[in-house]
Design a protein around this ligand. Structure first.
Ligand SMILES: [Zn+2]
Ligand SMILES: [Zn+2]
Ligand SMILES: [Zn+2]
Ligand SMILES: [Zn+2]
Ligand SMILES: [Zn+2]
Length: 252
């Protein structure tokens, strides 16, 4: 049953029994709305261990994104389905931005069938880092991270978004930035209640990319790091950059 959410006070229709409080822990969480990763600020029910990204807490009934000018997105707590079978590949939906499987809260356009995670909706059409302009594109050329055009998730036919610099030097799948978070995020990352256990972050794949590209010089490495901080912060709903900075600053 598809339900459109409205926010009343600080409860959310996905968790009507208790109010959700704004908390800020230096600790990762899984958002109970979109099922994605989160860090830092979250709306939380302590009693039920229920967390929502800020973007999942304050959803709007409809929204748009500059990238899909012909789409009007509606909010759904569960991705809309064509049939009632419990497991059905035809009904699986993928986010057109990050390419990841949609498992919960989603903005979906019934006309163009595009899907966006609530956090992915915040990815800007254009970014400027150190004077270098990046534009959001549907992926058409090789990502400098994974060296592929197609994103790795073979089940989805989604091309996903890439940020490409005007000078063509930088070309990154949004999917690959998200994968870095997933990889770095091994279980047990947060042992203490309040503190991120840095030694448990797995940074090997990020570090090896930087090592492979060391020949491109310090400017390249600096831009890549700032770019990753910016994108990762958006994808995990952490506008203060806390985790992204931790992830990226550990790199040498
Ligand atoms: Zn969420
Ligand atoms: Zn509760
Ligand atoms: Zn189906
Ligand atoms: Zn997404
Ligand atoms: Zn890639």
């Amino acid at each position: 049953m598809v339900q459109i959410t409205t926010n009343m006070g600080k409860t959310h229709t996905s968790h009507p029994e208790h109010e959700l409080e704004l908390k800020n822990y230096r600790k990762p969480y899984t958002c109970d709305g979109c099922k994605g990763h989160g860090f830092g600020k979250r709306y939380r029910c302590e009693q039920c261990d229920y967390d929502l990204h800020e973007d999942c807490m304050f959803t709007t009934p409809t929204t748009s994104h500059k990238f899909f000018r012909n789409s009007t997105f509606k909010f759904y707590e569960q991705p809309p389905r064509k049939c009632n079978k419990q497991y059905c590949d035809d009904c699986k939906r993928y986010c057109d931005a990050c390419g990841k499987h949609v498992k919960g809260f989603v903005y979906h356009c019934p006309k163009t069938l595009k899907d966006l995670h609530p956090c992915c909706r915040n990815l800007k059409n254009e970014l400027e880092i150190d004077g270098i302009k990046f534009r959001l594109r549907e992926t058409v050329s090789k990502c400098s991270w994974c060296n592929q055009t197609k994103i790795k998730d073979s089940l989805s036919k989604i091309k996903g978004w890439s940020y490409v610099s005007e000078c063509d030097t930088y070309n990154f799948h949004v999917y690959c930035a998200m994968e870095m978070v997933v990889e770095g995020w091994k279980d047990g990352t947060a042992n203490d209640h309040d503190c991120l256990a840095l030694e448990n972050l797995d940074l090997r794949s990020i570090q090896s990319h930087l090592n492979r590209n060391r020949g491109r010089g310090n400017k390249y490495l600096r831009i890549v790091k700032i770019f990753l901080k910016t994108i990762i912060s958006i994808l995990i709903g952490d506008p203060t950059n806390t985790l992204a900075s931790v992830l990226v600053d550990l790199l040498v």
